[in-house]
Design a protein around this ligand. Structure first.
Ligand SMILES: NC(=O)c1ccc[n+]([C@@H]2O[C@H](COP(=O)([O-])OP(=O)(O)OC[C@H]3O[C@@H](n4cnc5c(N)ncnc54)[C@H](O)[C@@H]3O)[C@@H](O)[C@H]2O)c1
Length: 353
């Protein structure tokens, strides 16, 4: 078990999946982006499913070109029945084995990195997704595409919490367009392959997942804050700090992802996140202060060049569809999630940011 994750969390996820996981028994899964934050959880969970739950092992082929996976991702663990291949998914992948499930999680997810790699961000979501859809068609495999809550752009207040049916308010030229727009095209491709070629596709739109295992230099908000707290460096809030987010602890998110992969209605997209609470960045800092029992210094700054401006003002999922169709119910509240994350990051991070 990697020192970067918590065994209890992996165990909890596997326990929560005991009613559905048997469907992986004897099957082959292709996982892309398997050395990223979520991908590393997928690998550990499949390994524990093999050890504890499944009647016949699931075989997993993991693809990643390690472009943003950092030192955590570059350490490839050895697990029976899980094979890692260094592969860029914008190139075709030929599999020696018949594949039953494709989990397409490769992507460039952190705003800091998609600012640095705009073309790679676009290509993995468009060409990478089409390559995976071709493979799904050839293998009659079920494909799940990791899109993003960012496809909604900056929703108007009448559409917050945001339902899957909301069409979005997105700029095709803004600093975030390489990510938002390519994820939207990725979803369109899934719909075309589903409607035209009968491929079983599902789309997941995650809303700010957090937990142990996030890279310290990932520059998403929570690792950024906790690394600075560890280093006694004042936090930097981009913009007003009034922008809201919701935060979904990793055990809930992974359970939701697996429920979509196994039981999603063909062709459908699902929000996976935790709608409570919708919290501003300033209030998030206040929460961390209470948990740590100390004041935290912060400054409000303009968006630096390295970070894309044009942030959504509010972000909050409506998760009724996932509740009804796949029995997804988040269980870990923000205080408990933050407590686990901060305890972990305080041990693992060096405070270098
Ligand atoms: N974590 C979240 O809160 C969140 C929110 C919204 C969407 N998502 C989406 O979920 C997926 C996984 O997110 P994550 O947090 O694990 O991201 P991550 O950046 O930690 O991991 C993504 C992985 O994909 C790999 N990758 C990128 N381009 C590739 C390519 N061309 N070929 C092969 N591998 C490639 C990277 O090296 C990395 O290991 C991404 O597609 C992301 O856009 C995540």
């Amino acid at each position: 078990m990697s020192e970067f994750l918590l065994f209890n969390d992996i165990q909890q996820i596997v326990d929560n999946l005991s009613d559905v996981a048997q469907d992986f028994s004897g099957k082959t899964v292709l996982l892309t982006g398997g050395r990223g934050f979520l991908g590393r959880y997928f690998m550990e969970i499949f390994n524990l499913l093999n050890e504890k739950i499944l009647k016949k092992n699931v075989e997993v082929i993991v693809l990643d070109n390690l472009i943003t996976s950092g030192k955590e991702g570059a350490e490839i663990p050895f697990f029976e029945n899980i094979e890692f291949i260094n592969h860029n998914v914008i190139e075709k992948f030929i599999s020696r084995k018949k594949i039953d499930y494709i989990i397409h999680a490769a992507g460039i997810a952190s705003p800091y990195y998609y600012r640095a790699y705009p073309l790679e961000t676009l290509e993995v979501a468009i060409h990478g997704t089409q390559n995976m859809l071709e493979l799904a068609e050839a293998n009659s495999a079920k494909l799940t595409f990791f899109s993003s809550s960012e496809i909604y752009g900056d929703p108007d207040p009448d559409n917050v919490p945001t339902k899957e049916s909301y069409r979005g308010n997105v700029s095709c030229n803004g600093p975030r367009a390489c990510y938002d727009e390519s994820k939207r095209v990725g979803e369109t491709l899934c719909n075309i392959y589903h409607n035209l070629k009968g491929v079983h596709t599902n789309t997941i739109r995650p809303f700010n997942v957090f937990g142990p295992g996030m890279q310290e230099t990932d520059y998403r908000v929570l690792p950024n804050f906790t690394s600075r707290i560890k280093g006694n460096i004042p936090l930097q809030i981009y913009g007003t700090g009034k922008q809201t987010r919701t935060f979904c602890y990793i055990t809930d998110a992974m359970e939701g992802f697996f429920r979509v992969i196994l039981n999603g209605v063909p062709g459908e997209a699902y929000n996976i996140g935790n709608p409570n609470p919708e919290i501003s960045v300033i209030d998030l800092i206040k929460k961390i202060e209470i948990l740590l029992g100390k004041k935290i210094k912060y400054n409000k700054v303009n968006y630096p060049d390295s970070y894309p401006a044009d942030e959504p003002n509010r972000r909050c999922p409506d998760i009724k569809k996932a509740k009804i169709q796949i029995k997804y119910i988040p269980k870990i509240d923000i205080d408990e999630g933050l407590r686990r994350f901060i305890q972990w990051s305080d041990k693992v991070y060096t405070g270098i940011q």
